[in-house]
Design a binder for this molecule. Structure first.
Ligand SMILES: O=c1ccn([C@@H]2O[C@H](COP(=O)(O)O)[C@@H](O)[C@H]2O)c(=O)[nH]1
Length: 271
């Protein structure tokens, strides 16, 4: 999917919501545990109930890898279900990969070719030759960790090196990479006060913004300082939506929470 197609979807649905599919078998409704593939059944029910309210889904691969081969199969079935039934929805593998060049190429093949995700999250720490193999894939997007939502972000990312904060150096340097038009960035919703500075460096890039909901980030603040002329935001909520209820009504409860966020987004887009 191109960024223009993503922007068109945002305008059509009046939503820039990304729903995180972080499936924890201890949190899903008990009746699903009797099915052959509880992870996929949970995801399918959530997707069926919420796809009209969001423009993206983001499974975090940790929640699948933790269940071994069954988890990976459920991830594969989930992305196939999305690509077959909702090709207009942007898909993000939140895998936070990145390694020496030939290894990065294999990671890119895994997520872009085998699983056919639209995008994958990447850690920038190993630099240019670890990121460019992902950028080489046409119409696929590399979402670089810039300023993360957790408190540990202050350990390194905001530290000044040669007079400039590390996260700013990540933004500036990554713009010089080959095929940098395929870059997006992760910026945490809990860091709303940093968005103005970030937009000075990357005015038009898409930002994936986790941290609204369970982590306490504020949607209005993020939009006030982080929205670009073309919206340029994907606001993620995972636990705040998918675990709205652990009873039989879980999918409808998730849809209600997604709807509440989508309505706030619609108001912001109409302002
Ligand atoms: O800076 C980051 C980068 C990634 N994440 C991931 O996003 C979701 C957030 O889940 P919630 O339940 O809405 O808090 C999760 O997969 C994180 O690993 C992040 O939170 N912050």
């Amino acid at each position: 999917m191109t960024t223009q197609q993503l922007t068109d979807q945002i305008k059509k649905k009046k939503s820039f919501l990304c729903i995180g599919l972080d499936v924890d078998l201890n949190k899903i409704p008990k009746h699903l545990l009797d099915t052959e593939d509880p992870i996929f059944e949970f995801n399918k029910a959530i997707i069926d109930a919420t796809h009209h309210l969001c423009v993206a889904y983001k499974p975090n691969t940790a929640f699948y890898e933790a269940y071994g081969i069954k988890g990976w199969k459920a991830l594969e079935k989930t992305i196939q279900y999305l690509n077959q039934n909702h090709p207009d929805i942007f898909t993000i593998a939140d895998a936070k990969r990145g390694d020496i060049g030939n290894t990065s190429t294999m990671y890119a093949k895994a997520f872009f070719e085998d699983l056919a995700f639209d995008s994958v999250t990447i850690a920038p720490y190993m630099g240019k030759d670890s990121v460019e193999p992902f950028l080489a894939f046409k119409n696929k997007h590399t979402i670089l960790l810039a300023l993360t939502s957790n408190t540990g972000a202050f350990d390194f990312q905001t530290k000044s090196i040669d007079g400039k904060e590390l996260y700013k150096q990540v933004l500036e340097t990554s713009k010089t990479y080959q095929n940098s038009e395929n870059l997006m960035y992760v910026v945490g919703a809990t860091k709303a006060e940093y968005f103005s500075d970030i937009r000075k460096i990357i005015p038009n890039s898409f930002l994936l913004v986790p941290g609204v909901g369970a982590q306490g980030g504020n949607l209005q603040d993020v939009c006030k300082y982080g929205m670009s002329d073309n919206v340029g935001l994907l606001i993620n909520s995972s636990r705040g939506i998918i675990y709205a209820s652990n009873k039989e009504d879980f999918a409808q409860a998730a849809a209600n929470n997604a709807k509440a966020l989508q309505q706030q987004m619609e108001e912001i887009l109409n302002m």
